[in-house]
Design a protein around this ligand. Structure first.
Ligand SMILES: C[S@@+](CC[C@H](N)C(=O)[O-])C[C@H]1O[C@@H](n2cnc3c(N)ncnc32)[C@H](O)[C@@H]1O
Length: 125
């Protein structure tokens, strides 16, 4: 039997790839959704979920125009995604749109793969 989701908390990973962080949350009882525009990535994510006997949702879609309601998720996050966009702001706004008020937003970027937007930021030491 797949592990049951104990908590009602819903997470969304945008640009999920193989869904490794979502899997970490699924193992801890989150209801996880992985969104990616690559069907191959989602197929791989599902394969890893199945191997770990976990349940998740896998949605093929565009990060900038996601098929979710406003405030639908308790946690919205991305890793290694935003640095791929010249202007990541529309993606960030879309991620915030589907996040409930008071929810958790998390995003990290891979260093040295910065787009010009990130390069324009003033970094302090
Ligand atoms: C570098 S991978 C990171 C995967 C995963 N988050 C991780 O950290 O292992 C970036 C992922 O974002 C997806 N992606 C890139 N642009 C996207 C877009 N506009 N909409 C949805 N997914 C996108 C790619 O298909 C890829 O799976």
């Amino acid at each position: 039997m797949p592990k049951e989701c104990k908590k009602a908390l819903k997470s969304l990973e945008v640009g999920a790839g193989s869904g490794r962080l979502s899997r970490f949350l699924a193992e801890r009882g989150y209801r996880t959704t992985c969104l990616d525009f690559s069907p191959q990535a989602l197929k791989l994510a599902k394969k890893y979920y199945d191997a770990a006997n976990l349940i998740g949702e896998f949605i093929e879609g565009e990060a900038g125009d996601m098929p979710f309601y406003d405030g639908e998720f308790d946690v919205v996050f991305s890793t290694g995604l935003l640095e791929h966009f010249e202007d990541p702001m529309p993606i960030i706004f879309e991620m915030v749109r589907v996040l409930r008020i008071g929810g958790l937003f998390y995003s990290d970027i891979v260093p040295k793969k910065f787009g010009s937007f990130v390069k324009k930021l003033k970094w302090s030491r």
